[in-house]
Design a protein around this ligand. Structure first.
Ligand code: GLU
Length: 502
């Protein structure tokens, strides 16, 4: 293996959406491969035909690509080691299974599901770990079934599976990159089914064959597969193949340290995409679910390039990693805070255009769509929004007529004189040469001071009239971005509406 190009794989089953745990597995495989100047491959494991979901394969690959995880080989991209979908490789599994049968490392099993269940229940009752009872293990392989019986059953056309014969009294040992040495006693290993009665291989068999034929150097996957390792290693041994290096990733946990589940929040990557998280944040967040750079590093915000440069399997922990949504939201905020306005614009423009079809605009369209205007909105709001789409939805008053005025705010901030005061202030605003935050502020203060009033008597009503809301960014800056004409128009029309309600 020394000197060999690193090859890793993500091997999802196309049973639905991409789970965040799956994204982490894919990401770690990708980061490790890229760091080692190797290749990252996607293989689709669809041997359980009953669980296959139409369209899931493409969706998985597209979601990974959204995250910036682009494979070097995959069913969609091709490659020299294909086909990359297991259901297209059945002839290969058959051929290798034949070899195991001939070498007496596998045998036919005709036990019915009812028999197996009965046996299982019996073993549980006896306090034993349920295992196949080897009823059909042939005499010549150390079992008790005569070959004549096996032949007879085969000729009758009875359905069968093919099982591996786990050697007795051996210990299977391996070194996990994350967990260190792991040992299993073969007495705990079941005679795993390799080929099912529908002619499809099981996961265990197909993945070992493919991992070898596709020349993977490292297998990086979830902890739930750790207990399958001994079966896999025995298969490697039967074939005389050198096994790849393995790393089993820690579990993902809910904040209460139970296993991450749908019941406590979203687990599908698509749910997070729909909510508006950026791919950069999701990748950053998922990368930190189990990996850290080590002592002394306070860094939490990483780009994909930085992750590739710094990632190492040795720094992946064994303990479960808690999925903390607050951290995710914090990362998204950091991301928006630091992202160049041009990039944000690319995301929000299509949202704006879609909204424009539905709403009455506050200003002429050319203003709203102008890059200069968008940039000003972005700079003013970037510290206040949680998602990029909120530049449009959260501060929609920069683009659209506020449809309502916050009732509570109006109640609290208006008195009998407020509308007159606002009317009186309009010519002051009109007189401003440069409609800048600074000038507006000075003007407002100069206007209220001789009346013995506080700036607040105008600040709050102005905010409500121009935005519909009683909270938001600095009022003066907000008015500057909105522009003189719009501000005055909104005050006038707002006063009319509010005069009716107060
Ligand atoms: N198809 C398995 C899964 O969906 C792959 C496990 C592995 O990486 O070996 O988790």
């Amino acid at each position: 293996m020394a000197g060999q190009k690193v090859r890793t794989r993500f091997a999802p089953s196309p049973t639905g959406y991409l789970h965040v745990g799956g994204l982490r597995t894919a990401l770690y495989n990708y980061l490790f491969a890229k760091k080692m100047k190797g290749d990252f491959i996607i293989r689709i494991e669809d041997t359980d035909q009953s669980r296959k979901v139409e369209g899931a394969q493409l969706n998985l690959i597209k979601t990974l690509e959204w995250a910036g995880i682009v494979p070097d080989e995959s069913p969609e991209h091709g490659g020299d080691y294909g086909p990359y979908v297991q259901s297209e490789r059945l002839h290969i599994y058959n051929q290798y299974c034949q070899q195991l049968l001939e070498d007496k490392n596998a045998y036919y099993c005709f036990s019915t599901p009812e028999e197996l269940e009965e046996n299982r229940q019996l073993q549980i009752k006896q306090g034993l770990q349920p295992k196949y009872n080897r009823k059909w293990l042939p005499e010549e392989m150390g079992g008790s079934m005569p070959s004549s019986e096996i032949r007879k059953k085969m000729e009758s056309g009875a359905p069968y599976v093919i099982r591996m014969k786990v050697p007795d009294y051996v210990s299977v040992w391996f070194e996990d990159i994350i967990r260190g040495p792991v040992e299993f006693d073969s007495s705990t290993i079941d005679d795993q089914v390799l080929m099912k009665s529908d002619g499809f291989p099981t996961y265990h068999f197909a993945s070992v064959i493919d991992d070898h034929l596709m020349e993977f150097t490292h297998i990086i996957r979830g902890e739930e597969w750790l207990s399958s390792m001994p079966k896999h290693l025995l298969l490697y041994e039967f074939f005389g193949w050198e096994p790849p290096k393995v790393a089993h990733l820690p579990l993902l946990l809910n904040p209460d340290r139970s296993k991450l589940s749908k019941r406590q929040g979203d687990v599908a990557v698509e749910d997070y995409i729909r909510k508006g998280y950026s791919s950069e944040t999701i990748v950053n967040f998922v990368a930190l679910l189990g990996w850290n750079e080590g002592e002394g590093s306070e860094k939490e915000v990483y780009s994909m390039e930085e992750l590739i440069e710094r990632f190492s399997l040795e720094r992946v922990g064994k303990a479960g990693a808690v999925f903390n949504v607050e951290k995710l939201n914090w990362l998204e905020k950091q991301y928006i805070k630091n992202r160049p306005a041009e990039k944000i614009m690319q995301v929000i423009k299509p949202i704006l255009l879609a909204e424009l079809e539905k709403r009455t605009t506050l200003q002429p369209l050319e203003v709203i769509k102008s890059e200069d205007y968008l940039r000003q909105v972005i700079e003013l709001m970037r510290e206040r929004v949680g998602f990029e789409h909120e530049f449009i939805t959260f501060s929609s008053y920069f683009f659209f007529e506020p449809e309502t005025f916050e009732e509570e705010g109006v109640k609290k901030r208006w008195n009998a004189d407020t509308n007159d005061l606002l009317r009186e202030f309009i010519p002051e605003l009109e007189s401003l040469g440069e409609f800048s935050a600074e000038n507006i502020e000075t003007k407002l203060k100069e206007f209220v001071a001789p009346k013995g009033l506080k700036a607040a008597v105008l600040i709050h009503p102005l905010r409500i009239l121009t935005s519909g809301l009683s909270f938001g960014p600095s009022l003066y800056h907000m008015l500057e971005v909105l522009g003189k004409e719009t501000v005055i128009r909104r005050i006038l029309s707002g006063i009319e509406k509010i005069a009716i309600s107060v």
